[in-house]
Write a protein that binds this ligand. Structure first.
Ligand code: AMP
Length: 451
């Protein structure tokens, strides 16, 4: 998973890009980068590390220019290395220069790369963002297409998820795959600057006058103060999309507006539906913070039960799941959560989490909560069992590592050492969003919308 940002026509474009990336840090903590176009050259800074470390003030002030695009990365394709991080840039001898950042994953990466390589295109990484950029630049520079034409061709040939921003020395382009799998929105400030981001929370801090979502298969060109929208055939045919439902469950920030809805609102609804389908009445409701906070709130409100913040999260540990090795992941669960025995003593607890992937996190949390004095621990999960890997940009582990792939709910409950375990069904999850047919549920049901 990754996050993108783009700033257009602002004297301090890099400062704003850093602010936006900082708001999207949850979408990727491995590496980050910013490319600034100052009408003569592109300056690029990308490194392994968090936004605050890679972009201290002196480094930002060295990035002059009115167009900046940026990226936070969480590796899906290509190993953890700076060359696989984004943005990618291309500078041509004739003058044009391009920078691109994308969130998603490309399914026919190998085939498209081989075709380009046969035509003499050189690749410096194994990253899908570089593939998108090289595809566009090849068709513009060698085949004489305009940039929107090259993007249209890309949409016909490249299969997968891509919410992308591309900058040249004077313009910025935004485009999103025909199924609009990952979120993407853009906005305008009062003083005529534009910004694009994966999530609206990154635009909120930039004082946008308005914010809109980029539509499926839409190509938007921003040139000075002119915004041109190119609708592709795919847009016209497109009667439904396949947004990633997991963005609502876990990935996006609760204060973002994605796929036409507030994330916090969907999460509260998930909690409400969980409660409506649960006859058990616990003494207290406790979320696994932060991702399950709103789910637990919806659950507690519906059942009229006390909502307690019984687990305190250390915010400096980061997302435990993201750490690459199992040994590190095991330790960081303890570093991350501390239970407050005051709330748990002799209580029947409904412990709410957003999802179970490998089961590592919850098994440890159940142990912590039991140790803190809970009499009974009843796990309520705001999503169906995760049984299939994601190929569209979320780094779910292989099927073998997914605990629900082989084990049924009772066996998982025993493994987690809980007193009961209840997941949401896919049907119940669908009641939590406005247009359920517009979502991808492949990680739950294996029905992949792109093969
Ligand atoms: P585990 O069951 O130990 O593999 O971890 C599951 C927890 O990690 C969930 O409760 C989520 O909060 C979080 N999580 C779920 N999916 C992802 C993902 N793709 N990347 C990072 N964290 C995730």
């Amino acid at each position: 998973m990754c996050g993108i940002i783009g700033i257009y026509n602002h004297p301090r474009a890099a400062d704003l890009a850093v602010l936006g990336l900082f708001a999207e840090q949850h979408r990727g903590q491995e590496s980050c980068g910013i490319a600034v176009n100052n009408s003569k050259i592109i300056k690029l800074r990308k490194k392994i590390g968090l936004v605050k470390d890679v972009f201290p003030e002196d480094k930002i002030s060295a990035l002059h220019g009115k167009i900046a695009i940026g990226h936070v990365r969480y590796p899906t394709r290509g190993i953890s290395a700076v060359e696989n991080s984004q943005p990618h840039i291309v500078e041509t001898l004739s003058g044009p220069s391009y920078a691109l950042a994308s969130n998603g994953d490309i399914l026919n990466y190998k085939q498209i790369r081989a075709e380009l390589e046969q035509n003499g295109v050189y690749f410096a990484s194994f990253n899908d963002g570089e593939l998108l950029l090289k595809f566009i630049v090849f068709h513009v520079e060698k085949n004489g297409l305009s940039i929107p034409e090259a993007i249209k061709l890309l949409m016909k040939n490249v299969k997968g998820a891509y919410s992308t921003v591309l900058s040249t020395k004077t313009k910025m382009y935004l485009f999103r795959d025909p199924l609009a799998i990952r979120p993407m929105c853009y906005g305008k400030t009062k003083d005529g600057s534009y910004a694009v981001a994966s999530e609206s929370c990154a635009l909120d801090i930039l004082y946008m006058e308005w914010i809109k979502e980029v539509q499926a298969a839409q190509i938007i060109e921003i040139d000075e103060d002119k915004v041109s929208v190119f609708s592709t055939k795919e847009t016209q045919k497109n009667i439904f999309t396949k947004h990633c439902i997991f963005e609502h469950i876990y990935f996006s920030r609760p204060d973002s507006f994605i796929f036409g809805e507030n994330v916090f609102h969907v999460r509260k609804k998930i909690g409400k539906i969980l409660a409506q389908n649960d006859d058990f009445d616990p003494d207290i409701v406790v979320p696994v913070p932060d991702s399950a906070n709103f789910i637990a709130l919806g659950y507690a409100r519906e059942k009229n039960l006390p909502y307690e913040m019984g687990l305190i999260r250390n915010h400096y540990v980061g997302r435990t799941f993201i750490k690459p090795e199992q040994t590190i992941r095991d330790e960081s669960v303890y570093q991350k959560f501390n239970p407050l025995p005051h709330f748990f003593q002799d209580k029947k607890v409904a412990l709410i989490d957003d999802s179970i992937v490998r089961g590592t996190t919850l098994r440890k949390i159940v142990k912590l909560v039991r140790h803190a004095g809970a009499k009974e621990i009843h796990l309520r999960i705001g999503s169906p069992p995760v049984k299939h890997s994601c190929y569209y940009g979320i780094d779910t582990p292989t099927r073998q590592e997914l605990i629900a792939n082989e084990k049924d709910s009772n066996t998982i409950c025993k493994y987690l050492k809980a007193d009961s375990l209840k997941y949401l069904t896919i049907k119940q999850l669908q009641q939590a969003v406005q247009d359920p047919q517009n979502y991808c549920y492949a990680c739950f049901n294996g029905e992949y919308p792109i093969k």
